[in-house]
Design a protein around this ligand. Structure first.
Ligand code: GDP
Length: 462
């Protein structure tokens, strides 16, 4: 008989309901010992109302659900005790479960329920990682991607790629065992072709990593511009709250302010900066250095310009500064359009090639409209409006990205070797490495170390 594990599965703190979860062969026996009015004929997946006891006293009232292997989350027999969400009573229930005298019961490690589910073939490793992503999702976009992964979409395409590689490996093995010198070149070309198809799939998946990273970490946006053009007002409009102090004294945003916000499901980190300007003021100088750092670490820059007056030296200095960036990652916000229109979009587009320009008025009445315009432009710049996470495969996970990169590199190597007339034997080794790397994504070739790293990221009770 194997061990049985138990843990409190709900978050600590007060809640309407709290759950103690048990998985393993002793589950039913535990139910019989901690349930005061244990029924004679327990039917799996039925809810039973009863009292939890530690053998001496009643701890709480609860709903007991017993699930029979293999029809449970872990694939083992399981028990869920749904009690009141009090920390004290849940701990008492867990203690009663652990001390009830059933065989081999112990407290679960973080992620162990999901690890058992993986080991029992209930899900592949990419699906298990999606479980963590769902738990930790902070935005609509990352949640949608995780939900699509938990359905096994990523695992399915990886399996398809591996099937193709296995086919290639089998043919290669035949050629190694029975080499026929006359047809070598033709055979090599055929292998190159087949490997290239798989490489295309791997690289296509890798290309989604940038969107995956955005979903996970957000787009880092540095808001820059000379003092008093409306940077703080823009940030507030995007945040929807008056969180940053807005003043009409130039140079008052002395330090950088970072705020996270979800715009249309896209996680965004906004960095409001002091203006870039020549100054002797030491405090402000520090702010300017921070602006430079903010620009360097940002995925994109929002350059705010006061549209109502002509470009000043200071604007031009900042334009010169940001123009070193890829123009496609610069959004120019021509603000204060309610006060005048001295600058038009074309002037800016001529100065910085590839930029997107929007015109705004960040007055009380128009700031919502401005925020929508700006966030729509950001979405377009990152191609986010076009993706549908439930229909496409997106990799978000650093470990998976690394494995895809390994596979891509090894497949490219194999192609180069075959094209250079190296022996199939050597190329076969690279294809094999690629096959193993892809396997690690779904957990097929994953050793204990990988599994421990993955599951240690889970919370207790999952
Ligand atoms: P920052 O120094 O660039 O952060 O500029 P602020 O956001 O602090 O704005 C400076 C001043 O300009 C404040 O009084 C704002 O209310 C005002 N302001 C900002 N945007 C606009 C706008 O589009 N139209 C008008 N009329 N005033 C604005």
């Amino acid at each position: 008989m194997s061990e049985t594990i138990a843990a409190i599965s709900t978050a600590p703190g007060e809640g309407g309901i709290g759950i103690v979860r048990v998985s393993g062969e002793s589950s039913k026996e535990i139910m019989s010992r901690v349930m005061d009015n244990f029924p004679d004929n327990v039917k799996p997946r039925n809810a039973y109302f009863g009292k939890v006891t530690d053998g001496k006293e009643i701890i709480d009232e609860a709903i007991f659900i017993y699930m029979e292997s293999p029809s449970s989350y872990t694939g083992e027999d399981m028990l869920e005790i749904q009690a009141h969400g009090s920390n004290v009573s849940l701990k008492k229930i867990l203690r009663a479960v652990l001390n009830c005298g059933a065989y081999g019961i112990r407290i679960a490690e973080p992620g162990e329920f999901t690890k058992i589910a993986f080991l029992n073939g209930k899900m592949d490793l990419s699906q298990a990682e999606a479980v963590i992503d769902i738990i930790k999702a902070k935005t609509d976009l990352s949640l949608e991607i995780a939900e699509s992964q938990i359905e096994g979409r990523l695992g399915n395409s990886i399996r398809k790629m591996r099937e193709n590689l296995l086919d290639i490996l089998a043919k290669m093995a035949v050629n190694i065992d029975y080499p026929d010198e006359d047809i070598d070149q033709v055979v090599n070309d055929e292998f190159v072709n087949q490997i290239r198809w798989v490489l295309l799939d791997v690289d296509e998946l890798l290309d989604t990593a940038s969107i995956g990273r955005i979903a996970r970490e957000g787009i880092k946006i540095a808001i820059v511009g000379k003092p008093n053009v409306g940077k703080s007002s823009l940030m507030n409009a995007l945040l929807g709250e008056g969180r940053v102090i807005v003043t009409d004294i130039p140079g008052t945003t002395r330090d950088t302010v970072e705020e996270s916000v979800s715009l249309g499901g896209i996680p965004i980190v906004l960095i409001d900066t002091a203006g870039i300007r020549d100054t002797d003021d030491r405090v402000e100088k520090k702010g300017i250095e921070k602006t430079e750092q903010a620009i360097a670490s940002a995925d994109m820059v929002m350059l705010v310009i006061d549209r109502s007056s002509d470009l000043e030296d200071e604007d031009n200095r900042i334009i010169k500064f940001v123009e070193k960036m890829n123009g496609e990652k610069i959004l120019v916000v021509l603000n204060k359009s309610d006060l005048g229109e001295s600058i038009d979009e074309d002037t800016i587009k001529k100065k910085i090639s590839g930029v997107t320009v929007v015109t705004t008025a960040l007055t009380e009445k128009k700031s919502l409209e401005a925020a929508l315009k700006v966030s729509e432009a950001v979405g377009k710049m990152f191609g986010i409006g076009n993706i549908n996470p439930s229909e496409s495969n997106i990799v978000t996970n650093e470990r998976q990205i690394q494995m895809l990169k390994n596979a891509s590199m090894n497949l490219s190597d194999a192609i180069t070797m075959l094209q250079n007339g190296e022996s199939i034997e050597i190329a076969e080794l690279s294809v094999h490495y690629a096959y193993d790397s892809l396997g690690k994504i779904i957990g097929e070739e994953a050793g204990e170390e990988i599994l421990n790293t993955v599951f240690s990221k889970f919370c207790l009770g999952k």
